[in-house]
Write a protein that binds this ligand. Structure first.
Ligand code: UDP
Length: 243
């Protein structure tokens, strides 16, 4: 990554899975982990980068598992979207505790707890230095928060999608299960799609590809990793069409 990239990342979207908020727990939200991720985000706001967030819901509820347990898929997916709202509120709390102004915007209007998603308003919030947290996914069942991340990044004219994961980039196989899994520094969108590399779902990668938004994959658990990657330092994988 070349010098000056920090400048290129004027506005970014960070996607974290619900799982990332669990910390060492097996379910739900670990407040210590939320606070740590909040301070990572604060460090990036201090670089002058505008930030919006999409948080998953898998730590609380996933539509697929609800459907497997006998719920109607649409209903189960709405429950999954509601889980993302809880995570968004937890992250808002974590950020505001350390003085980062935020707004939560939900794709499913919930007037008493947050704003509805309004594209131009979200952009204005970021211009004013607020972190915008997009909740309730796309608002439609059969989608994921990865696809939401690609969609909102496109709508917000973000320079990149930052995908904070459990490992420090994209591997040929799960490095926690396959000892000799290969780690990549750069990948083409088509590599990810054709080799079915498990980093973001195919619709998210396709949307990022169509709109030429690079995806930077890094470990959300390495201290100070978000700010490092925004500065082009540290360990990460870039998915783009420029290699
Ligand atoms: N979901 C949905 N539509 C969306 C986004 C999410 O129906 O646009 C539901 C879906 O059931 C999903 C759940 O919300 O399983 C939680 O999101 P996701 O699985 O993407 O969370 P993550 O894996 O990132 O924690």
């Amino acid at each position: 990554m070349a010098e000056g990239d920090q400048q290129r990342f004027k506005r970014v979207l960070l996607k974290v899975s619900g799982e990332a908020l669990m910390g060492d727990r097996h379910f739900g939200i670990n407040p210590v982990t939320v606070d740590r991720i909040a301070s990572e985000i604060k460090a990036v706001t201090e670089l002058g980068t505008e930030i919006c967030l999409v948080i998953g819901g898998g730590n609380i509820f996933r539509g697929m598992s609800g459907a497997a347990a006998g719920l109607e898929r649409g209903t189960a997916d709405y429950m999954g979207m509601l889980a993302t709202v809880m995570n968004a509120l937890a992250m808002q709390g974590g950020l505001e505790r350390i003085g980062v102004p935020t707004r939560v915007q939900s794709a499913i209007p919930m007037a008493t707890i947050c704003e509805p998603f309004i594209r131009r308003r979200a952009i204005r919030h970021m211009e004013k230095g607020r972190v915008v947290i997009f909740a309730a996914g796309t608002g439609s069942p059969y989608f994921t928060t990865d696809t939401t991340a690609a969609l909102r990044a496109t709508e917000m004219n973000c320079d990149a999608i930052f995908k904070g994961t459990q490992v420090d980039g994209v591997y040929s196989a799960d490095p926690n299960k396959v000892a000799d899994a290969e780690r990549y520094d750069n990948l083409d969108y088509m590599d990810v799609l054709s080799r079915d590399l498990q980093v973001m779902d195919a619709s998210a990668v396709s949307l990022a590809r169509e709109n030429s938004i690079p995806i930077l994959v890094f470990s959300i658990h390495n201290p100070n990793s978000f700010a490092s990657v925004v500065k082009g330092e540290g360990i990460f994988t870039v998915i783009s069409d420029t290699i």
